[in-house]
Write a new protein. Structure first.
Ligand code: SF4
Length: 214
C-alpha cells in the first residue's frame, strides 16, 4: 500500500510543476499567474488585497506589486468594495479572463483531468479533498477552498407565499450571514473553515452542477 501511495504522491508532485516555474510564461511569473488564477475564482469576500496576500503566501507589499503588474497589463481593476467602503475589490477584466483561458500554464493539466469521465473526475476530486482534510494544517497552507468544504455553509429553504419550501435548495453563509447562490458555492473563499463530512449538502451541490452541464 505504501508503494502505491508513494507513486501517487510522486505523480501529484509532477502535475504540480505546472504551478511553479522559473522565469515567466506569456509575460507573467508563476506567482502572478497564481494571483490572476485565484482572483478569477475567488468569491466576493476574498477578492481583496489581504486575502490575495494570504493565498499566495506573500507579504502585503509583494501582493501590491503583483496587483500593480496585473493592472498595468489590463488584467485587473480595483473597484470600491460593496461590502466594506474602506476596502477595494480586485476584479479580473475580460482581458484577464481571456489570458487565463488561452495561456494559463495549468490549462494542460486541467484539460487532462477534464478528459476523464465524470465518475473518475469526481473520485479524483473527492480523494484529493480527503487527503487535504487529513493533513496536519501545520504542514501545509489550507488557504482557500469552496463553500462546499466549509463548516459555515448551511442550507436555507425559505417558506414561499404558498407556505411551501422551494424545490431548489438555497444556501447561506453563517459567518458573513448572507445568502449564497449555487454559483457562489463553487468559488474559492479564504475564510472557509474545514467541515466534517456533510454528504447531504455535497449531494445537492453535485446534483445541481451535473444538471447544469450540457
Ligand atoms: S460558507 Fe465558508 S467558504 Fe462560503 S462564503 Fe462563508 S465562510 Fe466563505
Amino acid at each position: 500500500m505504501m508503494h502505491f501511495a508513494r507513486e501517487a504522491v510522486e505523480l501529484l508532485v509532477q502535475a504540480a510543476t505546472a504551478w511553479y516555474f522559473e522565469g515567466d510564461r506569456h509575460g507573467l511569473r508563476d506567482r502572478e499567474w497564481m494571483a490572476l488564477r485565484f482572483l478569477g475564482r475567488a468569491n466576493r469576500f476574498s477578492r481583496t488585497p489581504s486575502a490575495l496576500a494570504g493565498f499566495i503566501g506573500a507579504t502585503r507589499a509583494t501582493a501590491s506589486q503583483i496587483v500593480k503588474t496585473l493592472e498595468e497589463k489590463s488584467y485587473l481593476v480595483r473597484k470600491p468594495s460593496r461590502e466594506d467602503k474602506r476596502s477595494v475589490t480586485l476584479c479580473i477584466t475580460a482581458q484577464g479572463e481571456k489570458c487565463l483561458g488561452q495561456h494559463d500554464p495549468i490549462n494542460h493539466v486541467l484539460n487532462a483531468v477534464a478528459a476523464l469521465d465524470t465518475e473518475e473526475c469526481t473520485k479524483l476530486r473527492d480523494s484529493l479533498r480527503d487527503i487535504l482534510n487529513n493533513l496536519d494544517p501545520t504542514h501545509h497552507r489550507l488557504n482557500a477552498r469552496t463553500c462546499r468544504d466549509c463548516m459555515f455553509l448551511a442550507e436555507r429553504s425559505p417558506v414561499t407565499d404558498t407556505g411551501k419550501a422551494p424545490a431548489a435548495v438555497e444556501y447561506k453563509c453563517r459567518l458573513y450571514r448572507v445568502p449564497i447562490s449555487h454559483e457562489e458555492t463553487e468559488l474559492l473563499c479564504t475564510s472557509f473553515e474545514c467541515a466534517t463530512a456533510r454528504p447531504k449538502i455535497d449531494e445537492h451541490i453535485d446534483r445541481a452542477r451535473f444538471a447544469g452541464q450540457d
